[in-house]
Design a protein around this ligand. Structure first.
Ligand SMILES: [Fe+2]
Ligand SMILES: [Fe+2]
Length: 279
């Protein structure tokens, strides 16, 4: 590794040369998504995929019983969860549950940042789904959820590399939160794109990971516009690793492009608050 380099340069070098293993994509969530997308999806197949994995089963049940779904009685089995919440919702929950284990670290500071990033990703996913459902894009709500969940995976990758560098003694500690934020901001879109391409996910998700902060973006890309707006809504409320940002959602080009009103933006804010209970 080159000597006398800045923290960002060291990270960039490691990410570029891939000498630290990237996070692994757990395919279970996507398998369920594929079953749900069939013309005649089979409840039993979905139930079987979930119940084969004990950790996934308990995480799906925990999420299905969260305040977000506001059930009257407790859901105790996966079969019951599928009947009560529907297959599409269960597919979303399973996708979340299958990715969650990536967001843990033995380093306390990094673990805390990962948890906050996970919260941002989940709330952004729920927000993206809500926006799709409310801007006439109901048929794309599942994709919107997935895209929202994965848009900042580049940040997870950077945090994993940071932890590995500390563990190996290449760096003593995170230089400062300001520098870490700078590194996350400047590197996460590029390496998020590379990671999602490596995971062989549909290109649309990788493009969103790459373009969700661009000043000028493809306004015809509805999915990208949806995730950008959900991301801005999270940032406005401080749901993420940075403090709340001063953003008037209804005045953003994204809200305008999707034809969403001020009242709908206020509804979105409430939806995001509810979605925190999913974490
Ligand atoms: Fe981002
Ligand atoms: Fe984000």
């Amino acid at each position: 590794m080159p000597q006398e380099k800045s923290f960002i340069d060291i990270l960039d070098y490691c990410l570029k040369h891939k000498n630290i293993s990237p996070p692994v994509f757990n395919k279970t969530g996507m398998q369920i998504r594929e079953e749900v997308a069939r013309e005649e999806p089979d409840n039993r197949v979905i139930e079987k995929i979930i119940t084969c994995d004990q950790a996934l089963t308990s995480e799906v049940l925990r999420t299905a019983n969260s305040v977000f779904f506001k059930g009257l009685s407790k859901i105790t089995t996966i079969r019951n969860a599928i009947v009560r919440l529907g297959m599409k919702e269960i597919a979303n929950i399973a996708l979340m549950a299958s990715q969650k284990s990536n967001f843990t670290s033995k380093n306390k500071i990094i673990h805390r940042i990962m948890h906050t990033l996970w919260k941002h990703s989940v709330v952004c996913a729920a927000g993206s789904e809500w926006i799709a459902l409310n801007c006439g894009m109901k048929n794309r709500s599942q994709e919107a959820f997935t895209a929202g969940l994965l848009h900042d995976m580049g940040k997870l990758y950077i945090l994993i590399v940071t932890e590995a560098l500390i563990r190996a003694g290449n760096i003593k500690q995170i230089p400062s939160m300001t520098i870490l934020h700078e590194a996350l901001d400047s590197l996460h879109t590029h390496y998020g794109y590379e990671l999602l391409m490596k995971w062989n996910l549909p290109d649309a998700y990788a493009h969103i990971a790459r373009d969700h902060h661009l000043d000028e973006y493809d306004e015809d890309d509805i999915l990208l516009t949806i995730v950008r707006l959900a991301n801005l809504a999270c940032n406005q409320q401080g749901i993420g690793i940075k403090p709340p940002a001063d953003i008037i959602l209804a005045a953003t080009p994204e809200a305008d492009n999707l034809g969403l009103s001020e009242i709908q933006m206020a509804e979105l804010e409430i939806k995001l608050e509810d979605a925190i209970s999913l974490v």
